[in-house]
Design a protein around this ligand. Structure first.
Ligand SMILES: *Cc1c(COP(=O)(O)O)cnc(C)c1O
Length: 221
């Protein structure tokens, strides 16, 4: 019997392919980020062995503890930080991650503006938009997004690649995806990190270039 993660990965791949076809998009226009947070290396290895090369983690410390041996076994694997980042962990994050999806505060931008050039690494940055304007959720309010994106470029010298959103759990995701896509377009940003296990097909319909899928691959956390 093959490990359960492989059935999950195959099913997710199939649904991404179908969603791309329905949206008349190339499969290569969507990057699957396999979200391995909370899962041990033993659960991740079969997914690496199957060829998956982009993974998401939401904590710097957990990723630092878990990933170095896995990265050594599979060079060319990219790690994306999808959870909140404290400014004082920016340096560690930049050393380990190839992309950060949670740029959302001036203090973090200031820290990244310092550590990124010094690191010599290229890290793709996404600004998180709090599309539902939920007080408990991270992210820039939609009405502040244009000014924040401009400040990233002009004040901190950060090249922003795209936007990320996490729709409210109790709402239809489509309007949140549409809003995120609209803000990206008017700011000339081409990448959209949106869609999780429950809604990645919808996100692809609305232009997602990066889908962050955890439980549909690895099972319940
Ligand atoms: C955990 C997490 C995911 C994956 O969620 P699933 O529902 O398990 O697919 C995606 N994005 C973020 C920001 C997460 O924290």
């Amino acid at each position: 019997m093959s490990p359960p993660e492989l059935h999950g990965l195959a099913a997710v791949e199939q649904e991404i392919a179908r969603a791309c076809k329905d949206a008349r998009r190339e499969r290569s226009s969507v990057t699957l980020i396999a979200v391995s947070k909370t899962f041990e290396a033993d659960a991740i290895r079969p997914v690496l062995a199957a060829g998956q090369r982009v993974f998401g983690e939401n904590r710097v410390q957990e990723a630092k503890a878990k990933w170095p041996p896995l990265l050594a076994e599979h060079p060319g694997t990219a790690l994306h930080l999808i959870g909140p980042l404290q400014s004082n962990k920016a340096k560690e994050a930049v050393a380990l991650f190839d992309a950060i999806h949670s740029v959302d505060r001036e203090s973090l931008c200031e820290a990244l503006g310092k550590v990124l050039p010094a690191s010599g690494r290229s890290v793709e940055l996404f600004v998180q938009i709090n599309t539902g304007e939920e007080p408990q959720k991270a992210g820039v309010a939609p009405q502040d997004a244009d000014a924040f994106i401009a400040a990233c470029r002009d004040r901190w010298g950060l090249a922003i690649a795209g936007l990320m959103c996490i729709p409210p759990v109790d709402e239809a995701p489509a309007p949140h995806f549409a809003l995120t896509a609209k803000i990206a377009k008017r700011n000339g940003l081409t990448k959209l990190s949106m869609g999780m296990s429950a809604d990645f097909a919808t996100a692809i319909e609305f232009g997602a270039t990066h889908v962050r899928v955890g439980s549909a691959i690895f099972g319940h956390r």
